[in-house]
Ligand binder design. Sequence first.
Ligand SMILES: [Zn+2]
Length: 174
Amino acid sequence: MKFNPEQLATVNEAVATAEELVSNHFKLSASQWLKRKYDVKTAADLIADEVIEGPFAQVIRYEGRVPSDPLNSSSFDFYKICLQDHNILRILQTTPHLTLFPFALYIVTHELIHIVRFSQFLQNFEASNDERLAEEKRVHDKTHEILCALKIDGLAAVLNYYARWRDGFDDLRC
Ligand SMILES: [Zn+2]
């Protein structure tokens, strides 16, 4: 199950909105943000290994290298947000009131907050399980804080869905 072209357009719109909201919230300048430390991909662009069962997204950390650097000494973290089309579409089909735009907005905002926190060293990517759970809670709280004042159709239902935060939202790996 993959997003169809219309759904992909909706997801792209949600990604653009999430980027703007997170960048404004953390007061990231355009140049800081445009260094593009991440990419957002859907099933159409994922390899088999990046597709998982259960979570709505998986964030994979890659080590980036600057190609022009002959000694290859300058590396940077690059994060790939792998949206899991099949898991998202399934929950939308089975949960009344959940719709794609606000749901994708929540997911991408949540993942971008993770990445901002990793890149500002507020959280270690390779944390213990207990730490990860505590971080999940903090990131859900922050997502709610950023989104709750917005007037977007269907957003209240999404926030309500996550009011009782549950495990298995996403997966982080290197
Ligand atoms: Zn998370």
